[in-house]
Design a protein around this ligand. Structure first.
Ligand code: AMP
Ligand code: GLY
Length: 429
């Protein structure tokens, strides 16, 4: 079949790399893609929310399945767009409908959903401009630190962890009254701070049945030792040694099952990934957030561990026939190191020539912010430039490989964290 992947990051390169290995995949297209996806698929220069253009292209190329990478087209209703017009009836979409995408698009919606289906999460309340005074009163009754979340999508920046109630109050007022995050902070969720270790669990569902993918831990801060500004993600490891056996069973029973039951109860047309950000507090899982897509760079560590034909599994999900599907994972460890442009997540240069990718032998190189220059060279084209993933028998072996590969790849002012996986080594079982 012909397949279209939507997006342009390391996540989409990894998905395309895996999808293209399947005998079921005839032609693979990526819109808009990057320099890496052009090696496994054909890039198509259409933006991820240009539904009309994507629809026309899909009909023209006899696309049977569209796999949606990022959240923006989901929250804007890409599934609803394709399902609402008979002319697209031969195209199946992997990606939830607009109502389902609210689990990521609105923090208040996600909290209210968890409350209704008794899914463990932090205590919370939501406030608007009209209820600022009540919100300040609610903050007075809490003990610091407290967490403030802009309700809407804020490019990963809408969460503030305030170390004192005073700081929380001033941020809270800025968010609501001065629209610190624009419309995204027209509503603000205040929630208790959860103290524990974070990890992410990924589920693929057809709305009734589901498969659980390998879990992963990512590294969000720019600096080593988890310091400095938040980023899209600087690395990932899978599996997560502190989250095995009983803990993962608890995640399935207390979180995955009620979540899927909730999607059904709300009659959402949820076909796609659920990314569950979790805190492990003394062996008990609590949900920090839902995302309605795979994580990036978690995908780069998770997908290489899956031994099954991903295209077949996605096709089953797209057709709502996931029942009875089981996944097999390699028990090898995957580690991903994200190489970024110097200056990221602040200002950074684009267009720097990248060399040395061909020297990498023991790792997989997934492109994120890369493009081809007019002369055909691979150049930097974003903050997160390349994700390098290695598989190995344990964390030390894997890290050795992945860091050697990261040294092989060069461009002006490249940067990467050298401590990916160090924290989980301490939890080795
Ligand atoms: P989010 O944008 O929801 O992913 O939140 C960003 C980060 O803030 C999370 O990855 C956590 O590290 C942190 N965070 C969010 N909510 C909480 C919470 N209730 N307690 C502690 N940390 C949190
Ligand atoms: N790595 C975090 C995310 O994809 O949201």
């Amino acid at each position: 079949m012909n397949i279209l992947v939507i997006g342009s990051g390391g996540r989409e390169h990894t998905l395309s790399w895996k999808i293209s290995q399947s005998p079921l995949c005839e032609q693979l297209y990526v819109a808009p893609g990057n320099a890496g996806t052009s090696a496994v698929a054909q890039n198509v220069n259409i933006g991820v929310t240009d539904f009309e253009a994507l629809g026309t292209f899909a009909l023209d190329k006899n696309i049977e399945m569209i796999v949606v990478g990022p959240e923006a087209p989901l929250v804007s209703g890409i599934r609803d767009f394709f399902l609402s017009d008979e002319k697209y009836s031969s195209i199946k979409i992997v990606g939830p409908d607009k109502a389902g995408a609210e689990l990521e698009g609105s923090k208040d919606f996600a909290k209210e959903f968890m409350e209704q289906y008794q899914i463990p999460t932090a205590q919370y309340r939501t406030f608007t401009r009209e209820t600022v005074e009540e919100g300040l009163g609610y903050l007075d009754a809490l003990t610091a630190p407290v967490v403030l979340k802009a309700d809407g999508l804020a490019a990963g920046k809408g969460v503030i962890i305030a170390e004192s109630i005073e700081e929380a109050k001033s941020s809270f007022k800025e968010m609501l009254l001065e629209a610190k995050f624009g419309e995204a902070s027209a509503k603000v969720v205040i929630e208790e701070f959860l103290e524990g270790i974070e990890l992410s669990v990924f589920v693929l569902t057809d709305g009734k049945d589901y498969v659980i993918l390998p879990e992963a831990k990512d590294y969000k801060r720019i600096g080593e030792g988890d310091t400095g500004l938040n980023t899209g993600g600087m690395g990932a490891v899978s599996p997560v040694p502190f989250a095995q056996g009983d803990f993962l069973k608890k995640v399935e029973e207390k979180i995955v099952k009620p979540t899927i039951a909730g999607l059904q109860d709300r009659e959402m047309d949820y076909v796609g990934f659920v990314f569950i950000g979790l805190m492990n507090i003394g062996g008990e899982p609590y949900v920090i957030e839902y995302n309605v897509r795979m994580g990036d760079p978690e995908t780069e560590a998770v997908i290489p561990r899956i031994q099954d034909d991903l295209t077949e599994v996605l096709w089953k999900a797209a057709n709502k026939e996931l029942a009875g599907t089981e996944l097999t994972f390699t028990d090898e460890t995957a580690a991903t190191v994200v190489m970024v442009a110097g200056g990221y997540p602040g200002d950074y240069a684009k267009g720097d020539a990248i060399s040395g990718i061909e020297k990498v032998s023991e790792s997989m190189v997934f492109h994120a912010g890369t493009a081809h220059s007019e002369s055909g060279e691979v150049v930097t084209n974003g903050g997160r430039v390349i994700a390098v993933t290695a598989l190995g028998k344990d964390i030390p072996e894997t890290l050795h490989k992945v860091y050697q590969s990261a040294e092989d790849i060069q461009w002006d002012k490249k940067y990467f964290r050298r401590d990916i996986g160090q924290d989980v080594l301490a939890y080795k079982i």
